[in-house]
Design a protein around this ligand. Sequence first.
Ligand SMILES: *[C@@H]1O[C@H](CO)[C@@H](O)[C@H](O)[C@H]1NC(C)=O
Ligand SMILES: *[C@@H]1O[C@H](CO)[C@@H](O)[C@H](O)[C@H]1NC(C)=O
Ligand SMILES: *[C@@H]1O[C@H](CO)[C@@H](O)[C@H](O)[C@H]1NC(C)=O
Length: 304
Amino acid sequence: MGKMMARPATLLLLLVVAVTVADASKSKQKTCDKGWECSGSVYCCNETITDYFQVYQFENLFSKRNAPVAHAVGFWDFQSFITAAALFEPLGFGTTGDKQTKMKEVAAFLGHVGSKTSCGYGVATGGPLAWGLCYNHEMSPSQDYCDPNYLYPCIDGVQYYGRGALPVYWNYNYGLVGDALKVDLLSHPEYLEQNATLAFEAAIWRWMTPMKKKQPSAHDVFVGNWKPTKNDTLSKRLPGFGLTMNILYGDNICGQGYIDPMNNIISHYQYYLDSMGVGRQFSGDNVDCAEQVPFNPSYKAATS
Ligand SMILES: *[C@@H]1O[C@H](CO)[C@@H](O)[C@H](O)[C@H]1NC(C)=O
Ligand SMILES: *[C@@H]1O[C@H](CO)[C@@H](O)[C@H](O)[C@H]1NC(C)=O
Ligand SMILES: *[C@@H]1O[C@H](CO)[C@@H](O)[C@H](O)[C@H]1NC(C)=O
């Protein structure tokens, strides 16, 4: 690439150069093919999620999701998660860094999901952390989540309350995720409560995608792809699990001290670390965001 401005006289030399360059970039960028779960990417040369996270672990993490009192019985399963993850493993989701980093990323992502979809409470059987994936949509929406937006205008009669694994709220967020996944979620937000694979895809897309240009994604900060600027450091935005909450929820969760909603997300992350066999002692630095200045104001944040 970038060697295309050949003059005829140098063609032979250029061919040699081109072949050499292609060889060099091939050996540097070896891609691998692991079947349907991961293919055509350098990340697929690493272990993939099913190499270290299996159905019994998923069942342990979300052990109460099919209890009779749960609200999405029979909806969520391991296969949907892995099928959705397969879109993002070639981009580094659960496939970046050493094995512990990979397992931690899955625990962190699912920690957010578990906390946001939990119906656990203090006296719930199995403890309050065993109830992740209890919901797949908001039960009693307090508003219609329709905001005037010329790019993604609300469709008449369609409601944009929270749905999915990292619940999506508001017409423009449904529009945005729908564009990314090439599914018309603006017209059919209900797909997120009808199709668990799609619900996980939307959630992993959110984890992998910066909220705004020039900002890191939750994935980037968690796996160490991001370095804080001086401004970030002054705002106490340092790499770690805490910053993933900052990115996803802004001042709904962060910069407010040790509030329950923040502690609840951290508790899920650490419970999953224990449950997956990593151990919460490896939670990493900067687990909370109690004193961080939010990247973005929460006003109608993508998730809340
Ligand atoms: C996984 O892949 C990434 C991208 O190629 C690489 O940076 C990382 O070192 C790999 N990890 C292992 C354990 O091979
Ligand atoms: C669920 O969504 C996935 C991902 O978009 C799609 O491949 C699949 O066909 C959908 N399943 C159904 C039953 O619509
Ligand atoms: C630094 O942070 C402040 C407050 O958050 C913000 O207003 C300012 O634009 C930031 N400066 C840079 C260079 O990002």
